[in-house]
Design a protein around this ligand. Structure first.
Ligand SMILES: Nc1ncnc2c1ncn2[C@@H]1O[C@H](COP(=O)(O)OP(=O)(O)O)[C@@H](O)[C@H]1O
Ligand SMILES: [Mg+2]
Length: 134
């Protein structure tokens, strides 16, 4: 697997969620994802970026454009040094929120991208990796 291009952008305030959406759309087009797959990863990224701001106290989004043989992929990592997720099972339950949300962000993002990994430690932070391939 080859990393063709990569970068990082801040996800600290609500406006950064909009900027992250735009970056992810542009990268998804660049790596040749179909329109439906572009929309899926943009929607997932939007949910994760909002969580980074609202629950993680702000963080960063790392992105990588990947090449694996004939396939191209876009991988995103949302990371923060916030409180972490104490109960992963609850957090990954449809409709559960510790705040005022709908509780569909994490579960929705997982369904949208398939390729989904969470690493969260209470008191250390949260790191969520998603990817979508051509
Ligand atoms: N980056 C994060 N840091 C800490 N907790 C998080 C983070 N992302 C999600 N969570 C926890 O997981 C729960 C479920 O998230 P989500 O499915 O997006 O629902 P919602 O945003 O509507 O609360 C949140 O309510 C929060 O408790
Ligand atoms: Mg959410």
């Amino acid at each position: 697997m080859i990393v063709r291009d990569s970068g990082t952008q801040p996800v600290r305030i609500e406006q950064d969620v909009v900027l992250a959406r735009h970056t992810v759309r542009r990268l998804a087009v660049e790596c040749g994802l179909r329109l439906i797959d572009q929309t899926k990863i943009v929607t997932a990224a939007s949910e994760l970026a909002r969580n980074t701001v609202v629950y993680g106290g702000g963080g960063d989004m790392d992105w990588e454009i990947l090449e694996d043989g004939a396939r191209h992929g876009l991988r995103l990592v949302f990371r923060d040094e916030g409180p972490g997720i104490a109960d992963m099972k609850l957090a990954m339950t449809d409709g559960w929120t510790s705040g005022n949300g709908l509780g569909l962000g994490l579960t929705g993002a997982k369904r949208l991208v398939g390729d989904f990994d969470i690493d969260s430690r209470p008191g250390v932070g949260t790191r969520i990796t998603i990817a979508r391939w051509t």
